[in-house]
Design a protein around this ligand. Structure first.
Ligand code: ADP
Length: 248
């Protein structure tokens, strides 16, 4: 039976999709039959992160067929829009219908693992996703270490607990920056938000990633950075192995 893991964040732009895509690719490269479902309905960035922006999903009487990135199956709201530059301007009920279509009508076949890139925040859309996908065995919460994120991350944890979804841990993204000239590592936001949350709410920190221009550059080229020969890829693989141990 497939294991479904969600990736969520308190707000946008913290690296949630980057984490989801690289987790799914990592699991797939380790031999698990993996699917990646991008339900970040207003900002589906996964097609671009896998160089699949121009692809559209085939729909037939069996349902909506995922696209392939190597052997990994990928579905995104971005594959259902007429053009990659189109924005989703649907109102509530239509949005919920689109989420329901992707969740219930994607033809995944047999999967070992399904990674969900959930909408940011704890609003209606995130709630619909978590209620429709009722087999989520754990949630990874991506955060950056500013104080301002702390409030949102606490809300995300409370949200998961209210829905009985176990929180696997926090991924502390953009935690530091290594100077390319001298190598000195500087904490970008010295607030230690992840540590505070971890202590107060009894949630483990899965690991930290630096702010790394190679991560951003790799995403922009449509290559998941875990496939690159860069130090951050090794850090990410350690984090992903920790997650894998928790879900297998
Ligand atoms: P979200 O899904 O939370 O909105 P994304 O995963 O789309 O965030 O990331 C936002 C931007 O930040 C992307 O351009 C991505 O490549 C970049 N990014 C994410 N994590 C890092 C990092 N650790 N270092 C540098 N850039 C990053």
């Amino acid at each position: 039976m497939r294991k479904t893991v969600g990736v969520m964040s308190g707000k946008g732009g913290v690296g949630k999709s980057t984490a989801a895509v690289n987790l799914a690719v990592h699991l797939s490269r380790k031999g698990w039959n993996t699917g990646l479902l991008d339900i970040d309905i207003h900002g589906p960035s996964i097609p671009a992160m896998l160089a699949l922006s121009s692809s559209r999903a085939l729909q037939d009487s069996r349902g909506i067929h995922p696209l392939l990135y190597r052997s990994m199956k990928v579905m995104s709201i971005g594959f259902l829009l007429p053009d990659k530059d189109d924005a989703l301007i649907w109102r509530g009920p239509l949005k919920m219908k689109a989420i329901e279509q992707m969740v219930n009508h994607t033809v995944w076949g047999d999967l070992d693992m399904l990674v969900i890139d959930a909408p940011p925040g704890t609003g209606d859309e995130a709630l619909s996703v978590c209620q429709l996908i009722n087999d989520i065995i754990g949630m990874i919460i991506v955060t950056t270490p500013q104080n301002i994120s702390e409030i949102d991350v606490r809300k995300s944890i409370t949200f998961c607990r209210a829905l009985d979804i176990p929180v696997l841990g926090l991924l502390n993204n953009m935690a530091s920056f290594a100077c390319p000239s001298c190598g000195t590592s500087t904490e970008l936001f010295p607030s230690g938000a992840a540590k505070n949350i971890s202590n107060d709410m009894q949630v483990p920190i899965l690991g930290s990633l630096p702010f790394d221009p190679d991560i951003a550059g790799s995403s922009d080229q449509g290559i998941p950075f875990v496939e690159q020969n860069i130090p951050s890829a090794n850090l990410m693989k350690d984090i992903m192995n920790t997650i894998e141990e928790k879900i297998v």
